[in-house]
Design a protein around this ligand. Sequence first.
Ligand SMILES: [Zn+2]
Ligand SMILES: [Zn+2]
Length: 577
Amino acid sequence: MTDKTFELACAEAARYGLRAELVIEEDLPSFEIRCKNGELTIAAPDALELLYGVYDAAERFGGWSFFEPGRDRFDARRIVTPPEGVPVPAKKPLLKRRGFIQEFPFGPETCDLFDWMAKNKLNYLLTWVKYYDGLADEYKRFAEIRGIAVECGHHNFDYWIPASRYAKDHPEFFAEIGGKRIKPSKDKNALLLSEQLCTTDPQVRSEIVKNMVEYCQKHPEIKIIGLNPNDGFGWCECENCSRFYDKSQKGDFYSVSEHVYRADRIYHDLLRDVAEKLHKVRPDLTLGFCAYVNYCSPSPGFRLKKGMMVHMAPYWRCINHTIDDPECPINSKYAADILRWTAVRDGGDVNIYEYYMGVNFYLMLPMIHFGEMFHEMKWYAQKKVDGVSTQFHLSHWTVYGMNYALMARAARGEEMKPAVAGLFDTLFGPDAEEAEAFYRRIKSMLLKAGRCHIPYPRSLLRRTQMSDYREINALAVKLAAKAPQDRFRAELVIWTEYMIRFKQLFDDYRAKHLTEKDVRAFLDWIHAHRDTRVFVHDRVDMYFQALLDDLRTGREWIHFNLDWEDSYILRHDEFLG
Ligand SMILES: [Zn+2]
Ligand SMILES: [Zn+2]
């Protein structure tokens, strides 16, 4: 694909009006932009870096901005004459793997997404195998030309051993709970499925390997394949599997798994065996897996060997502290887990699986993590972490897009101050200072909510005042009034109005006068904004169904009606202050 990537770099240089000579210099650690007698040269060690250099030059000197997928911005006032010399010296990227985690099917916006990733120098996409199956060949090529490696992974026990194929003849492949084999559900929403396999069964293991090898033969472009438990808990308790649990060893409070046994030993034994078997046949493949909830840390004796790659997910991390802050009782535990992973590295890779949008059910509430990300990336690099990826959605770009754009810059190794100031300047021009004050006001509300803040709605809405949201909304309205044609600013108004409405709904519920009709009206208002990039509509519907159910049944609404999750949240009420 190198030739195609080189052709694309040349075509993009022309498209973005750059008169530059493009040259390959294999010794460089990254692209470099030089200027001599007013003539630009972009030199790079390979075609992909050359492409990155073209986009970099277009943004830095050409008046372009690639803040949003599918919506390049051009502002002639931002055209700058490059200084003579080496305005952008080559510099080794801070983290080698920088990417997105896609938790939804590919669709018409996929090209815009891949295009944005290349323009922002992201080179990795982790997605569910079932979504990859729906990715058209032309999109696969589009990603490949842009240097985006795709990992087929994510929660997928149910993909490698599907109930539809195995449940009838091999009920013993599935977890035994309470003395009985589970009846695995078919086509259930995979969110918190809590149904696992009998992973110690040698036949289960060989079937997984066989199915993975077949899959990679059918999809020769795939080099990274994932083996991840179904979401949630529900590990097998048969006699053989039980040898891998110590009933006195439960998970932890910070990783919301104190109520279940640790599953690290049983999961890592499976991974070790599957990796060995897989690499006998296909030594070129990398086996990806996740570290999460009750399997956050490497189990005793586990080595992260060559051809293995972990994605460590600080699920429900605190967003009021950086990941390495020793003062944070939640994040400091995750930081220790990360260090345990880098300590057992034996040729394998360690990545961080982030949520720079809170988590899915934080539902577009604010996470302003600009400076923190630059700090966190530096810490990751110092600790020899190989990469970072974040969950995201295109349809909430106005809310979290700045996090995504700055994550890309931070992970690449750009300096915080110019990167953040540059983004504000791009988005708000002469009103950049006022816009910064708007974001600072939101951030101060988050910090004021309490010592720690775990990104679910109750954590914020319970500890903030309506007056906060009204003030924030007033700032957004003022900012929008200065540029009435600006879509982004108009959407910030909608976003802040949403916060007011959500806060009102929350307060009304607590005051016991919320009705189903009120909730429906709130949802109708949200759905009236489908043409914006503020909301992830299906997540909103899923989430508020729980509230509607509770209004009907009288159950107390805490979060998403999962008893175990609610009980953590009630304890957080005390613990987080
Ligand atoms: Zn078992
Ligand atoms: Zn904290």
